[in-house]
Design a binder for this molecule. Structure first.
Ligand SMILES: *Cc1c(COP(=O)(O)O)cnc(C)c1O
Length: 360
């Protein structure tokens, strides 16, 4: 019997859609999903194991529904005078974004983003029945703020996504531009700062805007800088009223006791983890310089990845890289490819494979 999802009573607006699907391939050099290449140190791994063992003795009970201790520690990490009341945590920033759309989007409402940007923003929007409006970035991958304000006036979005530093381009936004958007937007403005810790010296965070703009929400994650993608911990900073709104849509006990323990333990090692981030930023800057010296076009990057091109047939280059055991990402505008910054050894393999794949 051939039975497919088309035979199911699937929502009409989900028919024909594709799921998120970055390839998960078993190759030696994986540089395609902006993960941190550094595994937890032996000391951190031991601390995690001990903390989880301790938590295990209480797993018959539900976890702290409000994850209060974790939110306190995340607030302390962020600084800017934040307290637990203005911080919320969930299973990855993807769940944070989903909860935001459940609370502020939904049927009859619109979310807006400036693309190319993070593919999950439209996917999560549509998943919550929120219409998606895409406004193109300019040729330098910047947001044309005048065009943004026009689109906001036309579509009156309930949710505006500003990704800074942007994925897949690496482009960071000026605070003045974020403020102009926030003043014009009728709803909430979500600044997705998944890569904040990788930004270059002098690039500000939208956290500094929260006091004056109660409808700005800054989304962060432990997946990238904290090298904790496998643990699924994301969080936001915003006015406490935003946290009140999310309590209405979150599932009770959404953040497991194990996850809370793991996140708290990793935060105790933030010094060590952020030291590795400094190395990755240096590696990123030298990668940008090297790509330019080889004649590639490269977008300025404030993140742990670099978008480079331009290729007549980027899929061919991507496949030739894969043939050489280096997995990068075919994403972003046609003709461009994205590579995540890995360890020095991985970057040697990347450079070598790229020169061969492009016949340089
Ligand atoms: C990687 C990434 C995230 C992180 O998602 P998690 O669910 O926290 O792992 C969020 N936003 C952007 C733009 C990203 O690239």
């Amino acid at each position: 019997m051939s039975f497919t999802l088309n035979d199911l009573p699937l929502r009409d607006d989900l028919r024909g859609r594709s799921p998120y699907g970055a390839p998960q391939l078993d190759v030696p050099v994986v540089l395609n999903t902006n993960e941190n290449p550094h595994a937890p140190s032996p000391a951190l791994a031991k601390a995690l194991a001990e903390a989880v063992a301790d938590t295990a003795t209480g797993l018959n009970r539900y976890p702290d529904r409000d994850a209060l201790r974790l939110r306190e520690e995340l607030a302390a990490y962020l600084g800017h005078g934040l307290t637990a009341a203005g911080v919320w945590a969930a299973n990855g920033s993807n769940e944070i974004l989903q909860q935001l759309l459940q609370a502020f989007g939904g049927p009859g409402r619109t979310a807006m983003g400036f693309e190319p940007s993070y593919s999950m923003h439209p996917i999560i929007s549509r998943g919550t029945g929120t219409a998606w409006v895409s406004v193109p970035r300019d040729a330098d991958f910047r947001i044309d703020v005048d065009a943004a304000l026009e689109a906001i006036a036309e579509h009156r979005p309930s949710v505006v996504f500003l990704t800074s530093p942007n994925n897949p381009t690496g482009t960071a936004l000026e605070l003045a531009d974020i403020e102009r958007v926030a003043r014009a937007a009728p709803g909430v403005v979500v600044v997705d700062e998944a890569y904040a810790e990788f930004r270059r010296e002098g690039t500000p965070s939208a956290l500094t805007l929260l006091d004056e703009h109660p409808r700005i929400i800054v989304s962060r994650t432990m997946s990238k800088a904290f090298a904790l993608a496998g643990a699924r911990v994301g969080y936001l900073a915003a006015h406490p009223a935003v946290v009140d709104a999310l309590q209405l849509v979150r599932l009770p006990y959404h953040l497991s006791a194990v996850t809370q323990t793991v996140a708290l333990t990793a935060l105790e090692y933030s010094g060590e983890l952020l030291g590795a981030v400094a190395d990755l930023r240096r590696e990123r800057d030298s990668l940008v310089d090297w790509l330019r010296s080889e004649g590639f076009s490269v977008a300025d990057s404030d993140a742990n990845f670099v978008l480079f091109g331009e290729f007549e047939d980027r899929n061919l280059v991507w496949r030739r890289m894969l043939d050489r055991q280096v997995l990068i990402r075919e994403v972003g505008p046609p003709g461009w490819l994205r590579v995540t910054v890995g360890t020095p050894e991985e970057m040697v393999a990347f450079r070598d494979a790229l020169l061969k794949a492009t016949g340089r």
